[in-house]
Design a protein around this ligand. Structure first.
Ligand code: GLV
Length: 292
């Protein structure tokens, strides 16, 4: 059972039958050259983990949607400053990455009444969520959102996908939430755009370097909320059952559940996109094309 295992750790393990990644993100295993051949690798896909993640995303989105940072600031200055609340239907939230965690978060957001857009590598289907896939739709999805939530896996294709150019496609003043991996984003560009106000605010749980180094500009930015990579964690009580069941499967000569492909991360889902119930802007409906 591993979490970010050091290079070469598997080599002496001649009786190895199963590798269990103790989390949802498999980026520390994908693409490495020291994995034993033909040994299945699994990850934790615990519904409780998805619920914990959805809770964090809901908290972060509602915090921005209800202007809580503005009121926190007003309270610090001892000011009773009224800002009229917007209703969720007026706010567009884009969830980028619709794996098990992203799909649950998108579902919860649309249940709250947010106009919810979803984007993923392979087309997803989530009731009430307008789903898109393919690189040709990504910028349009980002450009429609008041709040962008990053929930993509980190792969060689998604590394630095949110570079300066792409971050600039966000609506001026929009909020950015990253609960996935820091290396999906150019942190320097994100910091600059938060300073300039082009990105209005951010909730960041993950960073290019963790812990976020002392003195990093993000620490002291009033429009940034930082949490130390805990939006969702593996929950021992439920994860252990899943791991035990997989050990029994392997012992019985069967394949375990939740296998990942070490070359490219989690297996893509094959499902058609539901006809979106929400209006797409011009040019946002194209499907296919290269995708991460
Ligand atoms: C946490 O970041 C995880 O991937 O489980």
């Amino acid at each position: 059972m591993v979490w970010k295992p050091p290079q070469g750790i598997f080599e002496p393990m001649t009786n190895l039958r199963l590798i269990v990644n103790l989390g949802a993100g498999v980026d520390s295993l994908v693409g490495r050259d020291d994995l034993p051949r033909n040994i299945p690798i699994t990850r934790i896909t615990d519904p409780q983990m998805s619920r914990m993640m959805a809770g964090y995303v809901l908290f972060a989105v509602l915090r921005h949607a209800r202007d809580i940072p503005f009121f926190e600031q007003a309270q610090r200055s001892g000011e009773w400053t009224y800002r009229h609340p917007r209703s969720p239907e007026e706010i567009t939230v884009a969830v980028l990455g619709l794996g098990q965690l992203g799909a649950k978060a998108a579902h919860e957001l649309q249940r709250q009444g947010f106009r919810t857009l979803g984007w993923s590598r392979s087309l997803a289907q989530i009731d009430g969520v307008a789903c898109f896939s393919g690189m040709d739709t990504l910028d349009s999805v980002i450009g429609q959102a008041d709040i962008v939530v990053l929930m993509l896996p980190l792969t060689p294709q998604t590394k630095q996908l949110f570079d300066r150019e792409r971050l600039k496609k966000m609506r001026p003043g929009a909020a950015f939430i990253n609960v996935a991996r820091g290396s999906l984003v150019s942190q320097a560009a994100l910091t600059d755009l938060l300073k300039s106000g082009h990105i209005g605010a951010a909730t960041l749980d993950v960073f290019e370097r963790e812990p976020l180094p002392v003195g990093d500009a993000l620490w002291s930015m009033p429009n940034v909320l930082i949490t130390p990579h805990l939006a969702s964690v593996a929950i021992p009580a439920t994860s252990a059952k899943q791991i035990a069941a997989n050990i029994l499967r392997v012992a019985a000569g069967e394949l375990p559940d939740n296998i990942i492909d070490p070359l490219r991360g989690i297996k893509p889902r094959q499902s058609p996109c539901m006809e979106p119930q929400l209006q797409h802007t011009e040019g946002a409906t194209g499907m296919g094309g290269p995708s991460p």
